[in-house]
Ligand binder design. Sequence first.
Ligand code: ATP
Length: 220
Amino acid sequence: MKGSQYAVIGLGRFGSSVAKELIELGFEVLGIDRNEEIVDEMSNVLTHTVVADATDEEVLKSLGIRNFDCAVVAIGDDIQASIMAAILVKDLGVKNVVAKALSELHGKVLHKIGVDRIIYPERDMGIRVAHQLVSPNLLDYIELSKEYTIAELSVTGRISGMTLEQLDTRKKYGCSVVAINKRGGIVIAPTAEDTVDERDIMVVIGTNEQIEDFQQAVSG
Ligand code: ATP
């Protein structure tokens, strides 16, 4: 078991998948839900589970919630309960509180009460899917800021076998290949002589525009 302990409040589709993945990653997870059936289902999967109303301060105190490194508030539909649970865990001293928001307004309120990270699962997944639909060789991306992104691009036949020197991404497009994921392992900080081959994945950093230009030039 690694050091950090997580509490996941609300074990619906979102909360339960966060909780299960944290367990897979080797962390201890306390799952809280007011629905007994849901808690029963998760009791064999998570480190601890409790049937409890997360808007009840005394309950959260008795669970020692302040000792957790991170709490994930994964209540959606009941916005009032989501906000109350978030305020309570923050007030009780949990340093890192992550909460799911159903709408921009819900997210704004969570931000105002000091939630450290707000997730909009449906909105964000919709945006990701749209990007991947229009750019089939874009596998994944992380927005570093409004302008800069790290993207994973699959190597197409058009550039297979080329060295980074031949690709010359920095001069031609302004973006840099910072890693190449090959089936045999990942090449971090590749040099000019390293090649990209079909089925490799390039990790590229640059502005959104630079990455899009590069991605379009190599696609097909
Ligand atoms: P998902 O899309 O993740 O399935 P959702 O957005 O539909 O979830 P809800 O179903 O409202 O959100 O909430 C997720 C879980 O949170 C449910 O299992 C529900 O029982 C639980 N929950 C709601 N309110 C509370 C509360 N006050 N205390 C504890 N658990 C709660």
